[in-house]
Design a binder for this molecule. Structure first.
Ligand code: AMP
Ligand code: TRP
Length: 333
């Protein structure tokens, strides 16, 4: 059976990278897959310190943003990770399956821990094991994410395979990453070689889902470019990461081929192109933002969706965990 699982952290604002790289694809996939699970991963969030009030607010906001973007809460399971015990429990078992050598290769840990690795939390290091547990507690098969999560999903496959081998079973499926569309790697507006991220200090580096039309126009106007005119073909992207990113963003938002966007704006000044890009982004985000505002004024509705999601998620993962206990040899009395 095919089953979609994906997650997003409730840390700070959702940005255009989260939307184009992940959430918009989830909206598109829900039509072809039954019971997709979309998780607000609050356990992952606390691998770096979070203000408790902000964490609670962020959790509601991310759930609301998923619904506002078009994920149907009636057909899908939307829930927060901490409220379903299977995640932390299976993660522990996977801590005992994954090897130190595997985790040592994870580039996200190296990026997030920075130079002061000794001071990173053990949770940040074991983060990919929890991510594997998220998916496999539901025997998830397909995981739509942005490009940056590819290495973690390869690790999830290794964990599933080693678990199956170690216990001589064919229990966990091998997870398939679904990385598709033109927004799988949206870059910072200040530096075309770095990905757009919630944790980047400058707010000018990203377009937040909650930015006003004025913010969006200002951020694109200030976005870094180069002194040359807009490239007339993707062949001219070489050495011009910022131009590549902005043209890619336009293509992604317009659902058009990047060649077409180059043809349309190529040779012209960036100022004109940036105005068109801002206008397009505002037009695409406005309906989501309206819906998000409406949902934020109705926290009881969002809480109800999460509550129902938690129930359903427990109902699916509970029996999987019971089988895991059986396989591993935990005595059940
Ligand atoms: P996170 O905000 O790290 O929880 O990421 C949530 C989802 O958004 C994941 O599927 C990421 O791969 C995706 N994502 C995050 N940043 C970007 C980006 N700059 N470009 C494309 N996808 C992204
Ligand atoms: N690590 C992912 C990110 O930061 C979020 C995540 C946690 C996730 N668990 C997951 C994504 C399971 C897909 C499947 O983007």
């Amino acid at each position: 059976m095919k089953r979609i699982f994906s997650g997003v952290q409730p840390t700070g604002n959702l940005h255009l990278g989260n939307y184009l790289g992940a959430i918009r694809n989830w909206v598109r996939l829900q039509k072809d897959f039954g019971d997709c699970l979309f998780c607000v991963v609050d356990l992952h969030a606390i691998t770096m310190w979070q203000d408790p009030k902000q964490l609670r607010r962020g959790t509601r906001e991310v759930a609301a943003a998923m619904i506002a973007a078009g994920i149907d809460p009636k057909r899908n399971v939307i829930f927060n990770q901490s409220q379903v015990p299977a995640h932390a429990e299976l993660a522990w078992i996977f801590n005992c399956v994954a090897r130190l050598g595997w985790l040592n290769r994870m580039t996200q840990f190296k990026d997030k821990a920075g130079k002061d690795r000794e001071n990173a939390s053990v949770g940040l290091y074991a983060y990919p094991n929890l991510m594997a547990a998220d998916i496999l507690a539901y025997k998830g098969t397909h995981v739509p994410v942005g490009e940056d999560q590819k290495q973690h999903l390869e690790l999830a496959r290794d964990i599933a395979q080693k678990f199956n081998n170690d216990f001589g079973v064919n229990f966990f499926p091998l997870v398939e990453p679904l990385i598709f569309g033109s927004g799988t790697r949206v870059m910072s507006l200040r530096d075309g070689t770095k990905k757009m991220s919630k944790s980047e200090a400058s707010d000018y580096s990203r377009i937040n889902m909650t930015d006003t039309a004025d913010d969006i126009a200002k951020k694109f106007r200030k976005a870094k470019t180069d002194p040359h005119p807009v490239p007339a073909s993707p062949k001219e992207f070489e050495g011009r990461p910022e131009a590549e990113n902005l043209l890619g963003l336009y293509a992604s938002l317009a659902d058009a081929a990047v060649e077409e966007v180059c043809r349309r704006f190529g040779g012209g000044p960036f100022s004109k192109f940036k105005d068109a890009l801002a206008e397009l982004a505002v037009a695409k985000l406005a309906p989501i933002q309206d819906e998000l505002r409406r949902l934020q004024a109705a926290p009881d509705f969002v809480d109800g969706v999460l509550r129902e999601g938690v129930e359903k998620a427990r109902g699916i993962s509970g029996p999987v965990l019971r089988e895991v206990h059986e396989i591993v040899g935990f005595l059940r009395l």
